[in-house]
Structure formats: C-alpha cells, structure tokens
Ligand binder design. Structure first.
Ligand code: GLN
Length: 485
C-alpha cells in the first residue's frame, strides 16, 4: 500500500472526503517526513508545527461538517517570498531575517479559505534571484535525485519539497523560469499561469512586469486543482486580470490527436542544450507524433535574445522594487549615528552579492546616460519577440521545447561561469516577457537526472495549457518518480 506521503493531492482529497484518513494524520505524516529529511534537503527555511496542526484540525472540522472544498485538508509548502501573516517571510535574505508580515498575500488568503494546511516556508535564492538556490543567505536546498546537485532556482525549496515527499503541493514564483526550471530539475510538474491570473498582492516584488505565482505538484490534476484555488480577479492588485479562476472542468476532455505544436529551431538546435536533454526531448516529440499531433520546427528569430533583454528589464525593475528595503521600514537595521550611513550600511552588509550586483546593474541601465542604449532597447526587443511569439501561437496550439538546456547542476557549478549559467533560462524567459502560461512536464531522464518539457500557449488560455499537459501525461503515460535520497 502507498504511504500517505506518496499520494497525490487528488488521491488524498478522495481519502479525506471518504473518511479513510483524517487531515491530522496527513499533516502528521508530512511533519514526520520533514523532521526526518529536511536537514539533508534544506527545502524549508522554517516550519511551524503548531500552526500546521491547528490548520489540520480546522480542516477536519470542515470535512466533518460536509463543508469541504477539493483541497481542504491538503498540506502545502509556501515559497518564502510570499507574505504570510504572523509568520516570518525572509526572502532568504539576512535583511528580512526578522520580518513578519502583518497581512496575508491574496494567494494565502485563498488557500486558507480552501482549508489547506500550510507546512512551512521554503528556501529560495535571495529575493528570487538565481538559478540554483545557492544565493540563499542561509543554506542551499538540495536535489532529492542527487544531494550533490541543485534543485534549481529560485523556487528550489518548493520543488525539492514536492519531489522529496516533504509536501504534496507547493507554491513558487516565476519571473524568468523559477517555477518551471526547478520543476524540470526535480522531475515534477511546475506551472506559471498567465501574468495577472494569480494575484501578486503580497508577493515580495522582484520584476513586477514578469513575476507570477504558480503551483508545483506531482500530477497535472493536482496542478490544476491548486491553480484553480489560487487564481481569479483581485481588486487589491492593479495588474490582476478580470477573468474567473482557472477552471479544470474541461481538462480531461482533450486529446493529442490533431494538435499542432511548434518547436522553435532556436531552442532545439542550440549548442547550449546538452545531448542527453536533446535526445530525451526528441524521443518525446516522436511519441507526440505517434499520438496524432503535428510538430513543425519554426523560427522565432529574437527568442534567443530573451536572456540578454531579461537581465536589463528584470534588474531595472528590481533596483526600483528593492529600494524599499532601506533598513528603516522593513526587517533588520544596522544602527549608525547618521541616517544616510544607516541605509548604506544596512543594504551593503545585509543584501547578498547577487542582489547587490543586480541593483547596481538595474540602476545603471535606468541612469540618464544608458537608459536609451539599454533599457529602451531591451523593451523594444521584448515587443518584437512577443509579436513573433503571438504570430506563431495564432497558427499553433502550443510552443514546446525542453524546459532547460541542462539537467540539475552540481552545487558550486554555476560559480565557474556566472554569465553562461544565465543561459539556463533560455527557454523559460520568453514566456515571462509576454505573460504567457507555461508548464514544465517531466519527460524522462538523461544520465539518471530528470529532463523537463515546456508547453506554452496563448495568454489567458491557461485551461488549454492544462488540457494539453493532461493529454501528454495520460497518452505518454508520464509518472512522477520518487527519488530515494
Ligand atoms: N533565474 C532568473 C533570475 O535569476 C529567474 C528567476 C525567477 O524566475 N525568479 O532572475
């Protein structure tokens, strides 16, 4: 028989509603796993067993009274850049080490409203800046497939928690790939919804025109259940779309037969991609063809400029967003005699190296002398790229590619070549540039490490992304494997 912590959220939900297990048993099973394994995985920065147990009791009450929703009683891990009332939210930064928000992010209000049970706050690259979780000011999260490797970043802790059976579901944030790339490295599903479908209210901002919250899970059904629970219009957030929550009712009615997929040549025949990743992806393309889908190699000429553009736009937005951390209003302060020294000392000592570098790059590209040459140029390229992608999506159901050109990096490897390591986000960044929904689906192993396939559809067609992903999962018989670690 399967252990409680091996079940998907949908399976758990069935057992909870049928009274085969209780929400308290489910929470206790996960708390035990966390106690046993979090030291080796480094997935959680903090856990709060008393709060978890209380939430599980409340959930059981709802279940007993027949007031349960599909995710009532299901545990969830939360990336530590999403504000949680009365629970520390550190962004894995020393600057916010003691910061406790006085309000919940909208997505947290929603998961509480569903009677979900929060397990803890997960590790990340400081302020979500990175690809490997090694920029965490505390400790790096590890990949359950190989503890000497990174689970990816920036939402590495959330991905490691789900892949390592320390949570059935988790929330991450994705500015340039931080949900999809860790999902790919850890062999699970990770979904970035359309920009604006999940409220960013309470997500500590990195690049506001790119940031989006989304789910990690071990099946597409679980992704859809959580996407539904956290999405929908929010009057507290100006970029929130007026759409209803993401629906999953049509998800199971699709089929691969007759679908048209575009594979950008620039994300296929590129020397940044490892051979093992290419082979794995090509095998899946063959499976898709056999299942009745059409696959064309297309050109999106500006798509490989995405990374360069992104590091101008994201750093510009970060330099402005992170100005609020002045050592006065939020978090830690290093005392000095003069106010102006205090701001410099606090930011200088308590921000990590990567964050400071990005603030400096962002300030530079926004400065009067370089604004036209960098910032405006990057925005122009962004507009051209989005036009090219929109054009392809008018003629195809989805654009597909490997999620990441490489499998999980060795811890320490990114430091060998920090510029080259930015190319890890080659396939994921274009999606944030245009606000498209995209999911990473586990598509096999290369050298015993997971490889992901990304499926991206037009804006506000999240239901279609999920329907295609569900068809792929079912028709290609994709099963998330449990690594032993
Ligand atoms: N790796 C990218 C960066 O460091 C993306 C991070 C993210 O999506 N939060 O900016």
């Amino acid at each position: 028989m399967k252990e409680i912590t091996d079940l998907t959220a949908a399976e758990l939900s069935c057992k909870l509603q049928n009274k085969e297990i209780s929400a308290i048993e489910v929470a206790e099973s996960y708390l035990t796993n966390i106690k046993k394994n979090n030291d080796s995985l480094g997935a959680y920065l903090s856990t709060h067993p008393d709060i978890t147990r209380k939430a599980a009791e409340n959930a059981q009450n709802l279940l007993d009274k027949g007031l349960a929703k599909p995710l009532t009683g299901i545990p969830i891990a939360i990336k530590d850049n999403i504000s949680t009332k009365d629970i520390k939210t550190t962004c894995a930064s020393k600057l916010l080490e003691n910061y406790t928000p006085v309000f919940d992010a909208t997505v947290i209000e929603k998961i509480k409203d569903h009677g979900m049970v929060m397990l803890g706050k997960t590790n990340l690259d400081e302020f979500a800046m990175g690809i490997s979780n090694e920029n965490s000011a505390y400790f790096p999260a590890k990949n359950p497939w190989d503890l000497s490797r990174s689970p990816g970043g920036s939402s590495g802790g959330s991905a490691a928690a789900v892949a390592g059976n320390l949570a059935p579901l988790a929330l991450g944030s994705d500015t340039g790939g931080s949900i999809r790339q860790p999902a790919s490295f850890c062999g699970i599903f990770g979904f970035k919804p359309t920009y604006g479908r999940c409220s960013r209210y309470g997500l500590i901002a990195y690049g506001s025109s790119l940031d989006q919250i989304g789910p990690f899970a071990r099946s597409v059904e679980d992704i859809a259940l959580l996407a539904n629970a956290i999405s929908g219009n929010d009057h507290k957030e100006d970029t929130s779309l007026p759409q209803d929550p993401i629906s999953y009712h049509e998800m199971k009615n699709g089929s691969l037969k007759g679908l048209k997929f575009a594979v950008p040549a620039e994300l296929y025949d590129n020397q940044a991609f490892e051979e093992g990743v290419k082979t794995c992806f090509q095998n899946r393309l063959e499976n898709l063809r056999k299942a009745g889908a059409t696959i064309d190699i297309v050109h999106i000429p500006t798509i490989d400029l995405g990374v360069s553009c992104y590091y101008v736009i994201a750093t510009a937005e970060a330099s402005s967003n992170l100005a609020r951390f002045d050592g006065i209003r939020f978090g830690n302060t290093l005392p000095t005699r003069h106010h102006k020294d205090q701001v410099a000392l606090t930011r200088g000592k308590l921000f990590g190296r990567e964050v400071k570098e990005r603030i400096m790059i962002g300030t530079y590209v926004l400065s009067a002398e370089s604004f036209e040459a960098y910032y405006i140029k990057a925005q122009k390229i962004r507009a051209v790229m989005v036009g090219e992608i929109d054009h392809i999506l008018e003629n195809y159901d989805a654009i597909i590619s490997p999620t990441s050109p490489v499998t999980a990096l060795k811890i320490g490897e990114q430091n060998n070549d920090p510029v080259a390591s930015k190319l890890v986000d080659l396939s994921t960044i274009p999606c944030n540039m245009g606000g498209y929904p995209a999911i990473s689906i586990p598509c096999g192993l290369a050298n015993n490490l997971p490889v992901g396939m990304q499926v991206m559809t037009s804006r506000i067609t999240d239901e279609k992304t999920l329907q295609i992903a569900y068809s792929i999962e079912r028709e290609l018989n994709i099963k998330v494997q449990n690594p032993t670690y």
